[in-house]
Design a protein around this ligand. Structure first.
Ligand code: NAD
Ligand code: MG
Length: 355
């Protein structure tokens, strides 16, 4: 039996995880948490809001599935890694904002990070733990979101409901907007850097509209491997929770008989500047990725509330990055302070932009 703690149980990932846990007798849900929705009776231990590490402390899980959205997931990520417990990680923001702290908490303590983000689950399977120097580059695929092919001028008028209509994935609102701006792929670049120890110049992004290829690894010997399958998050969730078993799921493997065609193109970084902003923040290091993430969370929230136009998201992120200092953080308290400062700055810049 594997004791599972599920954080973010009411979300898109959380609900799909419940389905996987229910179907696999060797997974025992011992604790569940949500941000605000009631979850009484879902697990022996439940918690709504508050400090998730208190719940984890009581639950003593074998694996923590962190499917909280945003920076709020960071303390649970650090708690899990510090104790050498396996971390099934959907909450990419915790690794983006707290990558340095997370990596030092992770190394040498014996716990694994089992990525749930589909591209990173794919890369994890392709890399099989090989060291970075055998890799020519890791290629992350992006669907391009609902606005693929649009010009910057056309993006000026798009609405939250248009941004929320994702062509291939059905996800929570924040990541769906991130997919529309390509910030999601930017966050994933930084996530991949910390997960696999690859320098940024060895992580590429390509647009692949049907989301059949989840990632490719181009090795130094000339071989490239791809991970392919229908876009369904239950596959990486199941892989992470049942690792290394690769348990059965109800999802059909890919069908080739009907003439499968795979298309790839380079992203339009002029129309979608968030990708470049994330790459630059990752390369700058220190707490720049934390500042990027905080500004993005504030801007996406405002866009969803119709307080900021779509193109304002990248503007707010860019201006916040150039206004806030981003020296390395020594601990979680310092990082929380940087995050808060970036949020205040982003909110103030947003008021200037809108008025
Ligand atoms: P969602 O908005 O559907 O769900 C978020 C969950 O987090 C909810 O259960 C909510 O109650 C909980 N939550 C929010 N704030 C909280 C807080 N302060 N404390 C405790 N719980 C809190 O989001 P989602 O789409 O399921 O995404 C969750 C995470 O997984 C995100 O980091 C996202 O980037 C990542 N992810 C999601 C998908 C997907 O297909 N949905 C794919 C890859 C990665
Ligand atoms: Mg992804």
């Amino acid at each position: 039996m594997k004791r599972v703690a599920l954080l973010g149980a009411t979300g898109s990932i959380g609900r799909q995880a419940l389905e996987i846990i229910e179907a696999y007798p060797e997974l025992e849900l011992v604790a569940a948490a949500s941000g605000s929705q009631p979850i009484d009776g879902l697990a022996p231990l439940t918690q709504v809001g508050g400090d998730l590490t208190e719940l984890l402390e009581r639950a003593a899980p074998d694996v923590v599935l962190n499917a909280v959205v945003g920076f709020a997931g960071l303390p649970a990520t650090l708690w899990t890694l510090e104790r050498g417990v396996d971390l099934a990680l959907a909450n990419k923001e915790s690794l983006v904002a707290g990558g340095d702290l997370a990596v030092s908490a992770w190394k040498g303590r014996g716990g694994r990070i089992l990525p749930v983000d589909s591209e990173h689950s794919a890369a994890f399977q392709l890399l099989e733990g090989r060291p970075p120097d055998v890799v020519h580059s890791l290629v992350l695929t992006a669907s391009g979101g609902p606005f693929r092919g649009r010009t910057r001028a056309e993006l000026g008028v798009v609405t939250p409901s248009e941004a929320l209509a994702h062509p291939t994935w059905n996800m929570g609102p924040k990541i769906t907007v991130d997919s529309a701006t390509l910030m999601n792929k930017g966050l994933e670049l930084i996530e991949a850097h910390f997960l696999f120890g690859l320098d940024y110049d060895r992580i590429e992004v390509v647009i692949h509209p049907t989301s059949i290829v989840h990632a490719l690894v181009r090795f130094r010997d000339g071989a490239s491997l791809a991970h392919v399958g229908y876009p369904d998050m239950r596959v990486p969730i199941s892989f992470a929770l049942t690792y290394p078993e690769r348990a059965a799921t109800p999802i059909e493997p890919l069908e080739f008989g009907s003439g499968l065609i795979l298309e790839f193109a380079l992203p339009d970084e002029q129309a979608f500047p968030c990708l470049g902003l994330a790459r630059a923040a990752g390369e700058a290091g220190g707490t720049a990725p934390c500042v990027l993430n905080a500004a993005n969370e504030v801007a996406v929230g405002a866009f969803l509330d119709e307080q900021l136009p779509f193109l304002g998201i990248s503007d707010v992120v860019e201006r916040t990055l150039s206004s806030v200092d981003s020296p390395p953080a020594q601990d979680l308290d310092e990082l929380v302070a940087v995050d808060a400062e970036a949020r205040r700055t982003a909110s103030a810049l947003m008021r200037e932009l809108v008025h």
